[in-house]
Design a protein around this ligand. Structure first.
Ligand SMILES: NC(=O)c1ccc[n+]([C@@H]2O[C@H](COP(=O)([O-])OP(=O)(O)OC[C@H]3O[C@@H](n4cnc5c(N)ncnc54)[C@H](OP(=O)(O)O)[C@@H]3O)[C@@H](O)[C@H]2O)c1
Length: 249
C-alpha cells in the first residue's frame, strides 16, 4: 500500500452515540481519525450542541443520529461550514431543501443510506439484472430486507434506493418491498426476479456493522475540503480507491 501524501489525521465531530456512533469512535484511531466532539440526543436537542465554540477545530462531522435530528444538525453544520458525512436514514422527506442548503453553504456533504461498499456495488448489479430480466418473459420482482429490532425506519433507505435504481432503468412492473425487524440482523437485502420456471436471487448480507463505520470514515477523509453535495452511491468507487491508496485497511 503506498502512502497518500494528502492524507493526514482528521478531527471528527460525532453526532449520535448509539450502535453506529460508538463503533465509529472505536474504529477512528485505526482510520487516522480522532473524535474531538461527541454528542447524543440529550446534549444536542435541535442541534444546540453544535456551537462554533464546541465544533472548535473539527474537520468533518459524522452523523449517525435520528431522522428527526438531521435538519437541526445539518443547519448548524452549514452555518459553521463543517464538512459532513450523513449516514442517518429516514430523513429524505425534506431532503431537497436540506441538500440545497448544504449546496449553498459551500460545505462538502456526502450522504448515503448504506456505507457498505458491497451494497453500493449492488445498486449497479440491480440495474443490470433489471435490464436483462425485463426482456425475458413475465417476472415478478420483490425486494426483501431484514434488520435488527432497533431499526426505526422501514422500508430501509437501501431498499428504497434499490427500487429507485430499478425504476430508473425502466422496470414497469410492480416491485414488492417487504421489511422485517427482528433480532440482531445488521442488514440483509435481497432482490428476487421470479418467473414460473425459475428464480434469480441477488443478496447482500452484512456480517458486521464495521463495514458501515469504515465506509463512513473513508467518506470523511474523502469529503474533507471538497465542497459540494455527493450521494455515496455515486462517489463510493472514488472513496474506496482513495481508501485503498492511502488508507489503513
Ligand atoms: N448509512 C449507513 O451505512 C447506516 C448504517 C447503519 C445505520 N444507519 C442509520 O444510522 C442511524 C443511527 O443508527 P444506530 O443504529 O446507531 O441508532 P441508535 O443506536 O438508535 O442511536 C441513535 C443515536 O442518535 C442520538 N441522537 C438522537 N438525537 C440526536 C441529536 N439531536 N443529536 C445527536 N445525536 C442524537 C441518540 O441519542 P439519545 O439516546 O440520547 O436519544 C443515539 O445516541 C439510523 O438512522 C440508522 O438507520 C445508517
Amino acid at each position: 500500500m503506498t502512502e497518500d501524501p494528502g492524507r493526514s489525521r482528521i478531527r471528527i465531530a460525532l453526532l449520535g452515540l448509539g450502535r453506529m456512533g460508538r463503533l465509529v469512535e472505536r474504529l477512528a484511531p485505526k482510520h487516522e481519525a480522532v473524535v474531538v466532539l461527541r454528542l447524543d440526543g440529550s446534549a444536542n436537542a435541535d442541534g444546540a450542541g453544535l456551537s462554533r465554540e464546541a465544533l472548535g477545530t473539527t474537520d468533518v462531522a459524522i452523523d449517525f443520529s435520528t431522522a428527526e435530528a438531521v435538519p437541526g444538525n445539518l443547519e448548524r453544520l452549514c452555518e459553521h461550514r463543517v464538512d459532513t458525512v450523513l449516514g442517518t436514514t429516514g430523513w429524505h422527506g425534506g431532503s431537497d431543501a436540506l441538500l440545497d442548503l448544504a449546496r449553498r453553504s459551500g460545505i462538502g456533504l456526502v450522504h448515503g443510506a448504506n456505507f457498505a461498499f458491497g451494497v453500493n456495488a449492488l445498486y449497479g448489479i440491480a440495474r443490470d439484472a433489471a435490464r436483462a430480466m425485463a426482456g425475458v418473459g413475465r417476472r415478478d420482482l420483490a425486494i426483501f430486507e431484514s434488520h435488527h429490532r432497533g431499526k426505526r425506519d422501514a422500508p430501509s433507505g437501501t431498499a428504497l434506493r434499490l427500487r429507485h435504481e430499478i425504476r430508473g432503468v425502466g422496470w414497469e412492473g410492480p416491485i414488492d418491498v417487504t421489511s422485517q425487524r427482528t433480532g440482531y440482523v445488521p442488514g440483509t437485502h435481497e432482490l428476487r426476479f421470479d418467473s414460473e420456471g425459475d428464480t434469480l436471487a441477488i443478496r447482500h448480507t452484512v456480517r458486521s456493522r464495521t463495514v458501515f463505520a469504515e465506509g463512513a470514515l473513508a467518506a470523511a477523509h474523502w469529503i474533507r475540503g471538497r465542497p459540494g453535495v455527493y450521494d455515496f452511491g455515486e462517489c463510493w468507487e472514488e472513496v474506496a480507491e482513495k481508501e485503498t491508496r492511502g488508507g489503513t485497511r
